[in-house]
Design a protein around this ligand. Structure first.
Ligand SMILES: C[S@@+](CC[C@H](N)C(=O)[O-])C[C@H]1O[C@@H](n2cnc3c(N)ncnc32)[C@H](O)[C@@H]1O
Ligand SMILES: [Zn+2]
Length: 289
């Protein structure tokens, strides 16, 4: 069976064809499909470290935390926006979405469950540079086309996707624009100003406001900003979920052991969660010249 979106050989750039659980190109570069159906297209020379991306413990902490439903409001917000977009742009062949830096799959699972009730045809693909994250994602058996790959070097040909989603993950704008269709959409989710303020207050003496990660996009001619939606909620994180929350964020690396122990003794933590969903349209080719 072929993949819905054709993969590009990361070695030579030719199309990859699937034959008996192995992808191969005309020049005989081969990539085996795992038992759970993902492919590893990350070349050793593209790895910045032995284990690129989030560490395994971060992936597992994020999975445990998200499965408790603390960020459900974000999944629901994304669903609403997607339904609106898909209803506006009906596509006979279905709507192709790529989650860049998709992690262990909580959001794509939520989106496919939520959207299955609408009858809209959404086809999902995801890449992440962490093999552990993709392995965990594939175990969900959602029918998502999954690959271990870098956002810097997406393993697809031009104009394949209607929408690219990035939830707290790095995006390389030229690559994003390359694989998007001409009327494609880039949706970036990042922290709003008060995101996890309660967690920061518990571990730092100085609390700073998040500035988000949109500065590069605001200056790029490749995309045009369309819309910002903020989701703000107060959550109460219980028991061991507090340490999982810390472990899944970059704060983990900057938190001294005594502060981690302090978090372990807390029975609950109240904190705002604050997400910004920014939508950008790919700039039309004629407007770039
Ligand atoms: C903060 S996590 C978010 C994961 C997921 N989007 C979520 O919200 O649950 C960032 C993810 O980006 C991945 N990542 C980091 N650098 C990457 C790159 N260059 N290409 C692809 N993924 C990358 C990490 O492995 C990690 O899974
Ligand atoms: Zn090849």
């Amino acid at each position: 069976m072929a993949y819905r979106v054709q993969y590009k050989c990361p070695v030579c750039g030719l199309p990859l064809e699937l034959q008996t659980r192995s992808l191969h190109c005309e020049k005989n570069h081969n990539f085996d499909q795992s038992r759970s159906g993902y492919v590893n297209l990350l070349l050793a020379q593209h790895k910045q470290s032995r284990q690129p991306g989030d560490a395994d413990e971060m992936v597992m902490a994020r999975q445990r935390f998200l499965e408790q439903g603390y960020y459900l409001a974000l999944a629901q917000g994304l669903e609403q926006i997607l339904i609106q977009i898909m209803q506006k742009r009906s596509r006979a062949e279905g709507f192709q979405l790529l989650d860049v830096g998709c992690g262990e799959g909580y959001y794509l699972q939520q989106l496919s469950q939520l959207l299955s009730k609408t009858g809209l045809s959404l086809q999902l693909a995801g890449i992440d540079i962490s093999k552990k994250a993709i392995h965990e994602h594939a175990k969900r058996r959602l029918g998502v086309q999954l690959a271990v790959a870098s956002a810097k070097d997406l393993p697809y040909f031009e104009h394949e996707f209607d929408l690219l989603l990035s939830i707290f993950s790095p995006v390389y704008l030229e690559e994003a624009a390359r694989v998007l269709k001409d009327d494609g959409i880039l949706m970036m989710v990042g922290p709003g100003k008060t995101h996890l303020k309660g967690l920061m207050q518990a571990i730092y003496t100085d609390v700073f406001e998040h500035r988000g990660n949109y500065a590069e996009l605001a200056q790029s001619p490749l995309f045009q900003w369309q819309d910002t939606i903020e989701i703000i909620q107060e959550i109460t994180v219980a028991g061991s979920d507090i340490l999982d929350l810390l472990t899944m964020t970059p704060y983990y690396w900057h938190t001294p052991p005594e502060q981690k122990m302090h978090l372990e003794t807390m029975s609950e933590l109240k904190t705002p969660i604050h997400f910004q969903i920014q939508t950008y349209f790919k700039t039309k080719q004629q407007d770039l010249k």
